[in-house]
Design a protein around this ligand. Structure first.
Ligand code: FEO
Length: 383
């Protein structure tokens, strides 16, 4: 697949992976992207996951069409992109490995080799000329690891964006970009909003026609749409008007309250009400929805003097990702000493710009007249 006259896609699709990065469900697989830039000197942009070394090397060989690569540029050392560095280096002993100081320190830790006799260590902003193409390396620490750098090709106006602008899903599946890119972003990079903002500011100074990420499709049109979403996500802004209700339920009483609240919100004209049973639905989907909407309702039971485990895990996932700038309502349920609301409020104590609704719904085992009135009041506050 040609991306420009001189940039060729040489990545692979993975439909075997069960959990990406050991935790994310990827029903449509995963793509590990890699690119060849053909010029007077040829550069390969990253490798692919360990299981696809043979396929990737044969893609590279076909794209080279009898030529030899001069450089392997390592933008990110996470093994889904770096696992075939040694295989590449063995197959092409004359090629130079390009990375930064942190890249090579990690390479030594992962692969017990830092290629001291055949490497170029670049600094932030440094360039590498391939002939017609000049590559500029822009450091993007913590998007998503400390050694990450992105690369700008001024000839074809292509930004090689490393994990940035990536998504779950192989390239041979047809699915909405934003849905799986949002789940990927908040799952993997969500904690590092400030660092993504820094990268976006650097990118704003560049003329970009094409974004080539390490996962997901190559972006060639309507780039403002993707850049705009990344700006919203990384600044913890609200993407869609609506409410997300996340609940756990042991015997169905908390579930009943959560579903009733959804009905009440919809009846009052709330533009969108998303709801999830945290024990049964994909946790990364719920994390994504918590960041997508401006208002969140947490409905759970008191459990072992804490809260129900799936809710505890969900809140931890939000806190790890610097959850902020949101309104939270609480529905608590307890049969003898309901304390879930107090526990939840304490968990968000250090979070920035979190506002709790005035109304908290307290259910004693099952809904009654008083808690039904509280549900009405909560629905009023949320719309
Ligand atoms: Fe796709 Fe952070 O590795």
């Amino acid at each position: 697949m040609k991306i420009t006259e001189s940039i060729i896609y040489i990545g692979v699709n993975d439909h075997e992976v069960d959990l990406f990065e050991g935790q994310y469900d990827v029903p449509n697989g995963m793509a590990y992207n890699s690119y060849l830039i053909k010029d007077e000197r040829c550069a390969v942009m990253d490798t692919v996951d360990a299981r696809f070394g043979g396929e990737w090397l044969s893609n590279l060989e076909a794209a080279l069409d009898g030529g030899k690569p001069d450089y392997l540029i390592v933008q990110h050392m996470e093994p889904d992109h770096s696992a075939n560095i040694v295989k590449f280096a063995e197959k092409y002993p004359e090629a130079t490995i390009v990375g930064n100081a942190k890249t090579f320190a990690m390479m030594k830790r992962f692969y017990k080799n830092e290629f001291a006799d055949r490497r170029v260590i670049v600094k932030d902003g440094e360039t590498l000329s391939l002939g017609a193409h000049t590559l500029t390396f822009v450091f993007a620490p913590m998007v998503h690891w400390p050694e990450v750098m992105v690369t700008y090709d001024s000839a074809d106006k292509v930004l090689f964006s490393a994990d940035g602008f990536g998504k779950f899903g192989a390239l041979d599946t047809d699915e909405d970009w934003a849905c799986e890119a949002r789940r990927y972003y908040f799952g993997i990079v969500g904690k590092y909003g400030a660092q993504v903002q820094t990268l976006l500011k650097k990118a704003a100074a560049l003329e970009i026609n094409t974004i080539c990420p390490l996962h997901g499709p190559i972006l060639t049109e309507n780039l403002d749409y993707y850049l705009g979403l990344y700006n919203t996500w990384s600044s913890y802004g609200v993407e869609s008007e609506g409410v997300f209700i996340a609940y756990t339920s042991v015997y169905g009483n908390t579930k009943k309250a959560a579903e009733l609240l959804k009905e009440k919100l919809e009846a009052k004209g709330c533009p969108k009400v998303a709801i999830a049973d945290l024990a049964r639905e994909d946790m990364a989907e719920s994390v994504e929805d918590a960041f997508r909407y401006g208002r969140l309702v947490l409905a759970t039971t008191t459990y072992n003097a804490d809260i129900f485990p799936f809710m505890r895990e969900f809140i931890n996932d939000l806190l790890e990702r610097s959850y902020q700038k949101r309104t939270i309502g609480i529905i608590e349920n307890g049969s003898w000493a309901p304390t879930a609301a107090k526990t939840i409020r304490a968990k968000f104590e250090k979070s920035r710009e979190i506002t709790f609704t005035d109304t908290t719904v307290t259910i004693n085992s099952s809904l009654d007249e008083a808690s039904l009135q509280q549900l009405d009041a909560l629905a009023d506050e949320l719309v």
